[in-house]
Design a protein around this ligand. Structure first.
Ligand code: ATP
Length: 260
């Protein structure tokens, strides 16, 4: 993967700008700085390696050289998108799963921000924003996708099992540029439907552990348990507690696990 091969693969997608790096600290950091200095809607930062890739709350996201997709997409939300910003993480997870489902993989979305194959993590999404006073000026949607086997972090460094597309396909995966092209094509189509029930319904149908007894942890504490029912209109998670009463779990530093 290099700048030329990326530009060629993405030539039919209307991207406004591309910054490619052989190695970078974090694509989201670069994208946030670019957004703050005027990047146009649908600009991309892509790197072959991240040396300080980030998950939520500055947890580490592992991106060794030549192994993965590390991409940050900059959006400038208009008045139609702004009321639905909380759906953005779903918009990207549905787009990633759309692209990978065509390879026949058993994909699920682990709310709020991960994509699983066979219940192991292959992708994480990190949405961050640039504010202008109380108004959102731009959004950065970062994604890390484990494509080749060497992208997978060592077992003892992750709290949730990880895998790669290559491990699960058991054959050579498509080139990273092609995978990205499919994700972005899906994203362009779903973005038009950000406000629709169809997006929430598709996101909900693909949820990992749906109808299972699950637990929500916050820090090291279990903050909630219940059966995973589905999603609210804003993308929050809905559980049923032991008395079958609905419990809404809002976005935040929460992690979902099947109950022990
Ligand atoms: P969890 O999946 O445990 O609920 P999270 O979604 O809260 O975690 P994120 O902040 O989204 O965590 O992702 C960072 C975590 O993902 C890291 O702490 C590490 O455990 C794990 N991780 C880091 N790099 C990778 C990778 N390339 N593939 C899979 N998992 C990774």
């Amino acid at each position: 993967m290099n700048e030329t091969s990326l530009k060629k693969a993405l030539s039919k997608i209307n991207i406004s700008g591309l910054r490619y790096f052989d190695s970078i600290g974090s694509t989201n950091d670069e994208a946030l700085a670019w957004a703050a200095s005027g990047a146009k809607d649908f600009s991309l930062v892509i790197a072959d390696e991240q040396t300080r890739g980030r998950g939520r709350l500055h947890r580490t996201w592992h991106t060794p050289k030549g192994s993965a997709l590390a991409v940050s997409l900059i959006l400038r939300p208009d008045e139609i998108i702004k009321p639905h910003l909380s759906r953005t993480v779903g918009l990207m997870s549905v787009s990633i799963t759309d692209a990978l489902l065509t390879m026949g993989l058993a994909l699920k979305i682990k709310w709020p921000n991960d994509v699983l194959i066979n219940n192991k993590k292959i992708a994480g999404i990190l949405v961050e924003s640039v504010w202008s006073g109380s108004d959102v000026d731009s959004l950065v949607i970062g994604m890390g996708i484990n494509v080749y086997k060497n992208s997978v972090p060592p077992d003892d460094s992750v709290k949730f099992p990880a895998t790669s597309i290559e491990d699960e396909l058991d054959k050579e995966p498509p080139a990273r540029e092609e995978i990205l092209r499919e994700i972005l094509s899906a994203f362009v189509a779903w973005r038009e439907k950000l406000a629709s029930n169809e997006l929430i319904k598709t996101w909900e149908e693909r949820l990992a552990f749906r109808h299972w007894q699950v637990q929500i942890t916050s820090g090291d504490e279990i903050s909630q348990t219940g059966v995973l029912d589905g999603l609210e209109d804003d993308g929050s998670l809905r559980l049923s507690d032991d008395n079958s009463n609905p419990v809404i779990v809002r976005f935040g530093d929460v992690s979902l696990r099947p109950a022990a």
